[in-house]
Design a protein around this ligand. Sequence first.
Ligand code: GDP
Ligand code: MG
Length: 539
Amino acid sequence: MLFGYTSGLKPNQLRKLSQLYRRKSLPAQIVSPELARSITELSHEIGRQIGLLIQRQGIIEAIIVGDEKEIVIPDLSAYRLGGKRLRGLRCVHTHLKHESLTQDDLTDLALLRLDLMVSIEVLENGLPGSASIGHLVPPDGEGKVYEILPPVSFHQIDFLCDDFVAELEKKLSQSGAAFDVHDKRERALLVSVSTGSRFEQEDSLEELKELARSDNVVVLDAVIQRPKKIHPKYLMGSGKIKEVVIRALQAGATLLIIDQNLSPGQAKSIGEISEMKVIDRNQLILDIFAQRANSREGKVQVELAQLKYLLPKLSERSTDLSRLTGGIGGRGPGETRLEIDRRRVREKIGRMETELRSLSLGREQRRNKRRGTPIPIISIVGYTNVGKSTLLNVLTKSEVRSEDLLFATLDTTSRRLRFPREKEAIITDTVGFIRELPKDLFNAFAATLDELQDSDLLLHIADISNPRLEQQINAVNDILAQLHLEDKPKLLVLNKIDKVDPETAKNLASRLNAIPISALQPASLINLIKILEEKVFKI
Ligand code: GDP
Ligand code: MG
């Protein structure tokens, strides 16, 4: 196919251009000398750059006509990267002003993950002059993305294209092999774009990291962007989004997680430019809830929230379509299908809401039945990252066992806690509380905490080293009140005392009427275990 700026070309020039397709290079050649000569001569004649996208076997995939300064590479989505490190296409194009590869050339190289980006100088007589070759490099930890080989005269070029690309691809995938091939987890680059306070932004991004880890995502890196204003299409400007995508590709990411919530249009644009899965903060949170929801009601609540999140995306796509079909008038078949999809989703939402009403009745009955169960339940609650899981884990480790306390694992989040004298309790971990939980996610969140209703004691863990300790404690108490749990017996525990000085720990603990511990120091847990036993068995 012929792409680009072809207007004003004479018919014979157009014919010459399209005849280029019949030509082919050998796999070991960047471009055959005859072909190079054809494009430099033609470029010289028309005063515009000409580019070729060439497959590894030497077949020409596309011909692009630019202006005197640049070519614009067409959409390559037919050549999906998939898991590959390189696209399998190289770009060879002419430069009319004796310049080497430009910044735009190198951005294209990196963003499109081309095998090679090559520019060939057009001499005054139209013949090929020197050639510049750029290629990607494996991540070096310093952010270097590409390398440019020293320019050489095209006729003296001694470069085995297929060998070089094969070797490069091997190096690139080895650098990616730092990841275990059997590790099926998503690998994410986190991105935050904000014009607000930098402190808030960094804080929120830290929390996003924790959320991503709780969702079993490998966090490769996190980037902060602070544009002067939020751009409607990509949140940040198009130059910045390219940098972000290049960084993600370079790090071997499979997923972009954006800390800000995206409009359906933004999610789509960022997905298109990155060719990666893109999710925002709310979707990540919903995904965590979906994994944690145990009860039927919890599952329905979370799915409901997900569907409600999906609905506007469906409408957005159909307005796109109606804009496209608008000129013609009448509904396109695509739009009809989307209308149906939307109706189905709405119907499903309706059905689920009905189901929920009957489920909460059932829950009431179940709870009545449960009353009087012999085994007490202790539930760990608290903010994300305060050490809830660490505490639960550490309580099952042999060091604690040596204190004559035995715990047997029930499942990942719920364990049996055996106290001396044959007494036992069940201890459960919960999904962490989250700053500024969006209103429409609250029901889904509450549903994942459904089991707290059956709990006999809430073990509220807070991080004593967090500068916002008291705000977090209050926020957790507020949520517990919203869940009508304010009257449950509660025990406040200040974790991570190893990170503050002993005096501060002592003062805060006594002021907040809390038990100081460090989940990393088993000896500090003895007192907690004793108090737990007293509270739960009321001796
Ligand atoms: P959760 O989100 O509340 O379950 O928190 P995690 O148990 O995943 O812990 C979050 C981070 O805090 C981890 O990096 C832990 O290693 C760390 N952590 C947990 N307890 C302590 C502690 O007592 N002292 C210190 N210094 N770090 C801790
Ligand atoms: Mg945890």
